[in-house]
Ligand binder design. Sequence first.
Ligand SMILES: [Zn+2]
Length: 198
Amino acid sequence: MSYLNQISELTEKSNNKSLTITYVKNWLNKNWGLYLNTVDNYRCSQFILPCMCCTRGNDCLFIDIYKTLSKHLEKNNDIEGKIQLLKIELAEYNSIANDLEKTKKWLKRNLEKGLDTDSEYYATPIKSFSFLNGRDPYVKFLNENDSNYARIKINFDNENDFEILYEFYNLFNMLFFEKKILPNEYEKFKSDINKYFE
Ligand SMILES: [Zn+2]
């Protein structure tokens, strides 16, 4: 099995249409052996990825892609569980939307979910990953030429999943940040953020 074949299988397919999670899962399974044989001993194994090689070896690119996609799948596993919970919470909200006290309780219960970083990670349904595939790294900064990158786009298996996330975070942000129906929690959030940047 050659690294380049395995990589171009992803990039070429991803050129036409974003890949599904299931497709990526199968690709990772299929390439598990190749990954194990390579991971301790490839051209850039002593560097932190992504390396800045002028000419990047396909083994190095393969490992970078494999690790990045594995991480994304892990993240996606977590989010799938979360989406199931959000579905229930959204239905619950719809039945209490006219009751401010109940809405406050609802928001309090969902505070942690609403303020975590998933909303940034999943700001769009399609996650796009770019891997510099070698050449002079300086060229990259002057001219983002497509040919210097291996690009892989991944979508949710189920398009409704993104809609649920979108609906939940929209609702959460409207109640918490715009209407500020939990003023104490809102002030605490703001001061925590400020401490973080001090
Ligand atoms: Zn490298």
